[in-house]
Design a protein around this ligand. Sequence first.
Ligand code: B16
Ligand code: MG
Length: 219
Amino acid sequence: MKYQAIIFDLDGVICHTDQYHYLAWKQIADEIGVYFDEQINNRLRGVSRRESLEIILEAYPGRLTEDEKTYYTEKKNGLYRSLLQNMSPADVTAEVRETLDQLRAQGVLLAIGSSSKNAKAILKQIGLEDYFDAVSDGTNITQSKPDPEVFLKASQFLGVDPQHCLVVEDARSGVEAALAANMDCAAIGDATKYNLARYNLQRFSDLLQISHGDGSCGR
Ligand code: B16
Ligand code: MG
């Protein structure tokens, strides 16, 4: 195996919570009275909750106080947490499960590197709470992606040097964070369009080709 460990982003890689983030933020944006659409939602991938609100407020002519910002981020999280109740193990595809199992069988360590403070609750909802060798998430970092902290913490938790880790990411901010951590990155979904990562995955199971070292997913 080319890498000793693979660090997976959660939202947009292992499972898809974008729609729930969108619905919750849309309700908040409507309450504030600011325009919000799927394109703006796309810019929130991998970005912390508080920074997400700042991005949404770029289209708002007025100013919110700190207390109002706290109120809206907390309210958004409450709405989002209620929507997460709809998730179940069926939200992880057979392809993702089988690929993770095969990587593990090859002896690769598997970790999560997510900006989300809800990562552990999501892992529980989808039945993967005890699956990963380490979980680095929004609860153990001070800087969110594109800062490398979340991935560097994951590699520390695993005891694997960054140059032996591969990151799998769906967000531009996440690919930038992986590169800043001195880790190779495999982009999937939205992140492939920026051509910043060492590999572009068409499908999640393409990771098995990388792990076999045939390099056919290289850009
Ligand atoms: P929370 P990831 C990120 O998760 C999401 O992509 C991003 O949209 C969200 O704002 C961020 O987590 C914070 O999430 O409000 O749950 O703490 O893609 O890094 O797994
Ligand atoms: Mg993501």
